[in-house]
Design a protein around this ligand. Structure first.
Ligand SMILES: *[C@@H]1O[C@H](CO)[C@@H](O)[C@H](O)[C@H]1NC(C)=O
Length: 243
Protein backbone atom coordinates (compact mmCIF):
# COMPACT_ATOMS: atom_id res chain seq x y z
CA UNK A 1 0.00 0.00 0.00
CA UNK A 2 1.43 3.30 -1.13
CA UNK A 3 0.63 6.17 1.15
CA UNK A 4 -2.52 4.63 2.62
CA UNK A 5 -5.23 6.76 4.09
CA UNK A 6 -5.38 6.85 7.91
CA UNK A 7 -8.27 4.34 8.01
CA UNK A 8 -6.40 1.84 5.79
CA UNK A 9 -3.20 2.31 7.81
CA UNK A 10 -4.98 1.32 11.00
CA UNK A 11 -6.49 -1.70 9.19
CA UNK A 12 -3.04 -3.06 8.11
CA UNK A 13 -1.75 -2.45 11.64
CA UNK A 14 -4.68 -4.43 12.97
CA UNK A 15 -3.93 -7.38 10.64
CA UNK A 16 -0.27 -7.36 11.65
CA UNK A 17 -1.26 -7.32 15.35
CA UNK A 18 -3.52 -10.33 14.78
CA UNK A 19 -0.63 -12.22 13.11
CA UNK A 20 1.69 -11.42 16.03
CA UNK A 21 -0.96 -12.51 18.50
CA UNK A 22 -1.50 -15.85 16.78
CA UNK A 23 2.30 -16.44 16.67
CA UNK A 24 2.43 -15.73 20.40
CA UNK A 25 -0.44 -18.16 20.95
CA UNK A 26 1.43 -20.94 19.10
CA UNK A 27 4.58 -20.17 21.12
CA UNK A 28 2.67 -20.34 24.42
CA UNK A 29 0.97 -23.56 23.35
CA UNK A 30 4.33 -25.22 22.57
CA UNK A 31 5.79 -23.92 25.84
CA UNK A 32 2.84 -25.38 27.77
CA UNK A 33 3.37 -28.76 26.07
CA UNK A 34 7.04 -28.88 27.08
CA UNK A 35 6.38 -27.49 30.55
CA UNK A 36 4.13 -30.47 31.29
CA UNK A 37 7.21 -32.70 30.89
CA UNK A 38 9.16 -30.91 33.62
CA UNK A 39 8.84 -31.86 37.30
CA UNK A 40 7.04 -29.58 39.70
CA UNK A 41 7.06 -31.80 42.81
CA UNK A 42 8.88 -31.23 46.13
CA UNK A 43 12.51 -32.41 46.33
CA UNK A 44 12.97 -35.94 47.71
CA UNK A 45 14.11 -36.26 51.34
CA UNK A 46 17.83 -36.92 51.80
CA UNK A 47 17.46 -38.37 55.31
CA UNK A 48 14.74 -40.26 57.23
CA UNK A 49 12.89 -37.06 58.11
CA UNK A 50 13.35 -33.33 58.43
CA UNK A 51 10.98 -31.85 61.03
CA UNK A 52 10.30 -28.19 60.28
CA UNK A 53 10.93 -25.49 62.89
CA UNK A 54 9.16 -22.17 63.06
CA UNK A 55 12.11 -20.15 64.35
CA UNK A 56 14.66 -19.82 61.50
CA UNK A 57 17.35 -18.62 63.94
CA UNK A 58 17.54 -22.12 65.46
CA UNK A 59 17.66 -23.83 62.02
CA UNK A 60 20.71 -26.07 61.81
CA UNK A 61 19.85 -28.71 59.18
CA UNK A 62 18.82 -28.49 55.56
CA UNK A 63 17.55 -31.35 53.38
CA UNK A 64 20.98 -32.96 52.99
CA UNK A 65 24.12 -30.99 53.78
CA UNK A 66 25.27 -27.39 53.48
CA UNK A 67 27.46 -26.63 50.45
CA UNK A 68 31.12 -25.64 50.58
CA UNK A 69 32.18 -22.62 48.50
CA UNK A 70 32.82 -24.30 45.08
CA UNK A 71 36.04 -22.30 44.73
CA UNK A 72 37.41 -24.13 47.78
CA UNK A 73 36.60 -27.66 46.52
CA UNK A 74 39.57 -29.99 46.07
CA UNK A 75 40.13 -33.48 44.63
CA UNK A 76 39.94 -34.85 48.20
CA UNK A 77 36.26 -33.82 48.33
CA UNK A 78 35.56 -36.33 45.52
CA UNK A 79 37.91 -39.12 46.58
CA UNK A 80 37.79 -42.32 48.65
CA UNK A 81 40.36 -45.10 48.93
CA UNK A 82 40.75 -48.63 50.27
CA UNK A 83 37.85 -50.39 48.56
CA UNK A 84 40.32 -53.06 47.38
CA UNK A 85 41.01 -54.06 51.01
CA UNK A 86 38.56 -56.68 52.41
CA UNK A 87 37.04 -55.53 55.72
CA UNK A 88 36.84 -57.54 58.95
CA UNK A 89 33.87 -59.95 58.80
CA UNK A 90 34.38 -61.63 62.22
CA UNK A 91 30.90 -60.73 63.48
CA UNK A 92 27.56 -62.53 63.98
CA UNK A 93 26.44 -61.81 60.37
CA UNK A 94 29.74 -62.78 58.82
CA UNK A 95 29.49 -59.73 56.60
CA UNK A 96 30.48 -56.07 56.65
CA UNK A 97 28.97 -53.28 54.57
CA UNK A 98 31.20 -50.24 54.11
CA UNK A 99 28.98 -47.40 52.96
CA UNK A 100 30.73 -44.88 50.74
CA UNK A 101 28.02 -42.27 51.00
CA UNK A 102 27.94 -38.46 51.40
CA UNK A 103 29.37 -38.80 54.93
CA UNK A 104 32.54 -40.36 53.45
CA UNK A 105 32.71 -38.46 50.11
CA UNK A 106 31.43 -34.95 50.83
CA UNK A 107 31.42 -34.15 47.11
CA UNK A 108 28.47 -36.56 46.65
CA UNK A 109 26.12 -33.99 48.21
CA UNK A 110 23.06 -33.41 45.94
CA UNK A 111 24.36 -35.86 43.28
CA UNK A 112 22.01 -38.78 44.03
CA UNK A 113 24.56 -41.59 43.95
CA UNK A 114 26.82 -43.57 46.29
CA UNK A 115 28.70 -46.84 46.68
CA UNK A 116 29.00 -49.71 49.15
CA UNK A 117 31.68 -52.35 49.60
CA UNK A 118 30.30 -55.64 50.95
CA UNK A 119 32.62 -58.33 52.32
CA UNK A 120 31.51 -61.83 53.33
CA UNK A 121 33.08 -64.54 55.45
CA UNK A 122 32.30 -68.09 54.25
CA UNK A 123 28.50 -68.52 54.69
CA UNK A 124 28.22 -64.91 55.84
CA UNK A 125 24.88 -63.13 55.31
CA UNK A 126 23.96 -59.55 54.51
CA UNK A 127 20.60 -60.07 56.25
CA UNK A 128 17.21 -59.06 54.81
CA UNK A 129 17.10 -55.27 54.68
CA UNK A 130 15.87 -52.42 52.50
CA UNK A 131 17.08 -49.03 51.38
CA UNK A 132 14.35 -46.41 51.82
CA UNK A 133 15.90 -43.99 49.32
CA UNK A 134 17.79 -46.03 46.71
CA UNK A 135 17.77 -48.70 44.06
CA UNK A 136 20.93 -50.81 44.26
CA UNK A 137 22.99 -52.50 41.55
CA UNK A 138 25.53 -54.97 42.90
CA UNK A 139 28.47 -56.59 41.12
CA UNK A 140 30.27 -59.65 42.56
CA UNK A 141 34.06 -59.32 42.50
CA UNK A 142 34.97 -62.54 44.32
CA UNK A 143 33.12 -65.69 45.43
CA UNK A 144 29.51 -66.80 44.93
CA UNK A 145 26.47 -65.07 46.39
CA UNK A 146 22.89 -66.29 46.58
CA UNK A 147 20.91 -63.02 46.34
CA UNK A 148 17.25 -62.09 46.14
CA UNK A 149 14.51 -59.57 46.74
CA UNK A 150 10.78 -59.91 47.47
CA UNK A 151 8.13 -57.95 45.59
CA UNK A 152 5.53 -55.98 47.56
CA UNK A 153 1.92 -57.03 48.35
CA UNK A 154 -0.09 -58.86 47.24
CA UNK A 155 2.41 -61.02 45.33
CA UNK A 156 5.34 -61.19 47.81
CA UNK A 157 7.28 -63.03 45.11
CA UNK A 158 10.92 -63.96 45.74
CA UNK A 159 13.18 -63.13 42.80
CA UNK A 160 16.57 -64.75 43.43
CA UNK A 161 19.74 -65.97 41.75
CA UNK A 162 23.25 -67.28 42.45
CA UNK A 163 25.87 -64.75 41.30
CA UNK A 164 29.52 -65.36 40.41
CA UNK A 165 32.40 -62.92 39.77
CA UNK A 166 31.44 -60.38 37.13
CA UNK A 167 27.69 -60.91 37.63
CA UNK A 168 25.51 -57.89 38.43
CA UNK A 169 22.04 -57.82 40.03
CA UNK A 170 19.49 -55.06 40.74
CA UNK A 171 17.53 -54.56 43.99
CA UNK A 172 14.66 -52.09 43.33
CA UNK A 173 14.19 -49.19 45.76
CA UNK A 174 12.39 -50.02 49.03
CA UNK A 175 12.15 -53.80 48.47
CA UNK A 176 13.48 -56.29 51.07
CA UNK A 177 16.61 -58.06 49.81
CA UNK A 178 19.59 -60.15 51.01
CA UNK A 179 22.93 -61.60 49.92
CA UNK A 180 24.25 -64.92 51.26
CA UNK A 181 27.77 -66.25 50.64
CA UNK A 182 27.34 -69.81 49.35
CA UNK A 183 30.83 -70.21 47.86
CA UNK A 184 32.56 -71.80 50.88
CA UNK A 185 35.26 -69.09 50.88
CA UNK A 186 35.39 -65.31 51.36
CA UNK A 187 33.36 -63.22 48.95
CA UNK A 188 33.34 -59.55 47.99
CA UNK A 189 31.01 -57.24 46.09
CA UNK A 190 30.59 -53.59 45.22
CA UNK A 191 27.16 -51.96 45.06
CA UNK A 192 26.11 -48.64 43.52
CA UNK A 193 23.05 -46.94 45.02
CA UNK A 194 20.86 -44.16 43.63
CA UNK A 195 21.11 -41.84 46.64
CA UNK A 196 23.84 -39.84 48.37
CA UNK A 197 22.41 -41.37 51.60
CA UNK A 198 20.46 -44.56 50.75
CA UNK A 199 19.77 -45.53 54.39
CA UNK A 200 19.40 -49.16 55.44
CA UNK A 201 16.62 -50.72 57.51
CA UNK A 202 17.62 -54.24 58.61
CA UNK A 203 14.33 -56.10 59.11
CA UNK A 204 15.22 -58.20 62.20
CA UNK A 205 17.05 -55.32 63.89
CA UNK A 206 14.12 -52.97 63.30
CA UNK A 207 11.37 -55.42 64.35
CA UNK A 208 13.05 -57.38 67.20
CA UNK A 209 15.89 -55.06 68.18
CA UNK A 210 14.27 -51.62 68.20
CA UNK A 211 15.00 -49.25 71.08
CA UNK A 212 12.67 -49.20 72.96
CA UNK A 213 11.21 -52.62 72.09
CA UNK A 214 7.97 -53.03 70.22
CA UNK A 215 5.39 -54.47 72.66
CA UNK A 216 5.72 -58.31 72.57
CA UNK A 217 1.90 -58.71 72.38
CA UNK A 218 1.91 -56.61 69.22
CA UNK A 219 4.57 -58.81 67.62
CA UNK A 220 3.02 -62.10 68.85
CA UNK A 221 -0.25 -61.12 67.18
CA UNK A 222 1.49 -59.77 64.07
CA UNK A 223 3.62 -62.89 63.53
CA UNK A 224 0.92 -65.28 64.82
CA UNK A 225 3.29 -67.05 67.26
CA UNK A 226 3.45 -67.61 71.02
CA UNK A 227 4.73 -64.61 73.00
CA UNK A 228 7.70 -66.75 74.21
CA UNK A 229 8.97 -66.90 70.63
CA UNK A 230 8.90 -63.10 70.50
CA UNK A 231 10.59 -62.80 73.91
CA UNK A 232 13.32 -65.15 72.65
CA UNK A 233 13.84 -63.13 69.47
CA UNK A 234 13.84 -59.82 71.35
CA UNK A 235 16.58 -61.14 73.69
CA UNK A 236 18.95 -61.82 70.76
CA UNK A 237 21.71 -59.38 69.94
CA UNK A 238 20.92 -57.98 66.52
CA UNK A 239 24.24 -57.09 64.94
CA UNK A 240 24.37 -54.08 62.62
CA UNK A 241 26.74 -55.03 59.79
CA UNK A 242 26.74 -51.50 58.33
CA UNK A 243 30.02 -49.76 58.85
C1 LIG B 1 38.12 -58.55 63.56
O1 LIG B 1 37.11 -58.24 64.48
C2 LIG B 1 37.08 -59.08 65.62
C3 LIG B 1 35.87 -58.72 66.45
O2 LIG B 1 35.81 -57.35 66.72
C4 LIG B 1 38.40 -58.94 66.40
O3 LIG B 1 38.39 -59.80 67.51
C5 LIG B 1 39.56 -59.30 65.47
O4 LIG B 1 40.78 -59.05 66.14
C6 LIG B 1 39.50 -58.48 64.19
N1 LIG B 1 40.49 -58.98 63.27
C7 LIG B 1 41.37 -58.20 62.65
C8 LIG B 1 42.29 -58.86 61.70
O5 LIG B 1 41.39 -56.99 62.83
Amino acid sequence: LKNPRPQERSLTKNIRMKAVQSNLFVAFFLLACFASLTSASDPSPLQDFCVAINDPSSAVFVNGKFCKDPKLATAEDFFFSGLNIPKNTSNPSGSTVTAVNVDRILGLNTLGISLAQIDFAPYGINPPHLHPRATEILVVLEGSLYVGFVTSNPENRLISKVLNPGDAFVFPVGLIHFQFNVGGKSAGALAALSSQNPGAAIIANAVFGSEPSINADVLAKAFQVDKNVINYLQKQFWWDNNN
